[in-house]
Design a binder for this molecule. Sequence first.
Ligand code: NI
Length: 174
Amino acid sequence: MAVLKVRKYGDPTLRRRALPIEEVTPEIRQTIADMTETMYDEVGIGLAAPQVGVALRLIVVGDEDGKGVRALVNPVIVEQSGEATAEEGCLSIPGVFAPVTRAAWVRLEARDADGAPVEIAARGLRARVLQHELDHLDGVLFIDRLDPVTRDRIKRKIKKEGLREDAARHAFAL
Ligand code: NI
């Protein structure tokens, strides 16, 4: 396994729409293993393949009890409800945190690391993490979901001061 370099805001891979995975090959399994190690190294609780420069529809997230990691291939939200607002950060935009409004509950369909179909229902933090990571697969960053005034303020700040690389290790970065 290897710790991969996390792409930062401004990297074009973060803005691409990732492609579906046709088959879970040994190469994909290696990517999953590397992404898992990278997520632990960055102290994140979720990571999407485009964040490590791989434009495929693949995410890893901490599992329900926080003890392991789950890989989801080609995840799709098939049902959602409610609304919840909470502060988010992103490993690709270190040092930036802002409250984001998302669905409070989601149901997902995906494939696991063996290519078998899986279904996940989640609420709370886990629902938030899943939605954040799925956004990455469509080239969407959490700052895109902020009101225009807040978003422009953050963009101006990044342009002026750059990213705070030292601030990447935060408990809630996805
Ligand atoms: Ni993120």
